[in-house]
Ligand binder design. Sequence first.
Ligand code: UD1
Ligand code: MG
Length: 454
Amino acid sequence: MTDTAQSPMYPLACIVLAAGQGTRMRSELPKVLHPIAGLPMLRHVTNACAALAPERVVVVVAPGMKAVQELVVPHRCAIQQEACGTGDAVKAGRSELKGFVGDVMVLFGDTPLVTSEALLALRQKRAATGAAIVVAGFTPVDPAAYGRLILDNDGRLEAIVETNDATPEQRLIRLCNGGIMLFDGATLGPLLDAIKDDNAKKEFYLTDCIGLARAQGLNCAVAEVSAENVLGVNTRVELAEAERLMQQRLRRQAMLGGATLTDPDTVYLAADTKIGRDVVIGPNVVIGAGVEIADNVEIRAFCHLEQVRVEAGAIVGPFARLRPGSVVGAGAHIGNFVEIKNAEVGKGAKINHLSYIGDAFVGPKANIGAGTITCNYDGFLKSRTHVGAGAFIGSHTSLIAPVTVGDGAYVGAGSVISMDVPADTLAVARSRQSNIDGWARRYREQKTRGAGDK
Ligand code: UD1
Ligand code: MG
């Protein structure tokens, strides 16, 4: 493929605007860091960009947005000193594009549902029409807050008019600016320099580039995208709506990938969840960031998983909690009311009821009895527990870490294990039982004596 503007391989740089304060979120956290499906909103946007293999991605932030700057690495950041409009923000972004030759795409950091397919549609439109600028157009249910796309008689984009500056006739137009714009990089600089703030908001509108470009005889075009792709998040109500739509998308992907979701609407996934084939996920399961589920795994109802790997054929739940740093080995069983944290559970091991296993290694085929607890924390330090392959831990055992139970060892039910147990040994650490003959009968008689006289 040749390397010209007509080719989707033509060099691309992305400028993501994120300098707005997001005051309507009423939050200490910058708006673009609020998560959707376990990932900061901004990361969804930069991921969509990354799929187009841009040469550079620049995120424009406001002074003091240190947390955003840290998130953006390895991409670049530019600082817009004062939020005086999208045109000014892009100008700030261009300071990081020195030496770059190619197309420049401008996106907003608060539109987490944007897809790489939508971005590609803009590139294709520019390749097909040779337009100097392509704008993502969409038809919102309520166009009130959006810039209207004014088309000429040939259906080409003539201008974008912001709502506050629109005439009553222009306000009737339904086709609106979704905010994403693709520029021929060579024309962008001079256009930005020509933008003025003579409008209702006294801001430098990026959208003015269209009118300016047309006045210079340049062609501008619209690529239509779905409303979802450009859904902006300004409040926590919109954040919840974006989350809902993202969850629908992720559930659909999981099902099309070969997983059965018994009641999809009640399963929550993260953007980075990896799910194999023939996985069955029951109702009310919450999967946080960093989860990998291999083929043929069953996650039963009411489980919560975060930063874990579940290997092929394992069965988890119902009502299990798998916390960060855990691995559930192939064919292992984690049952109801079991919490696993930073623990490796070997192949075919069973932890079926009411247990806490933290900072531990549980060997292959080991059996952890109901109510077993690893006492991993002494108030200052966390320590590890090692349970060997094929070991059998009786019910209601406390394993006081650091401690090792050797391969094939047995621990008697109700034990408090504070010393290592060698392989193939039985350890019993509980007080010996004594039976007192006839005690219960005598006790009852004493308590009921004379009761019949009253
Ligand atoms: C903008 C468009 C409008 C479009 C709408 C789509 C302009 C002038 N208007 O309007 O045509 O229909 O988006 O949602 O572009 N930002 C900065 N620095 C600034 C101003 C904004 O970084 O000085 C960032 C914001 O953080 C935000 C994005 O740019 O991510 C858009 O800004 P916003 O104020 O929401 O623009 P709208 O008025 O919604
Ligand atoms: Mg907006």
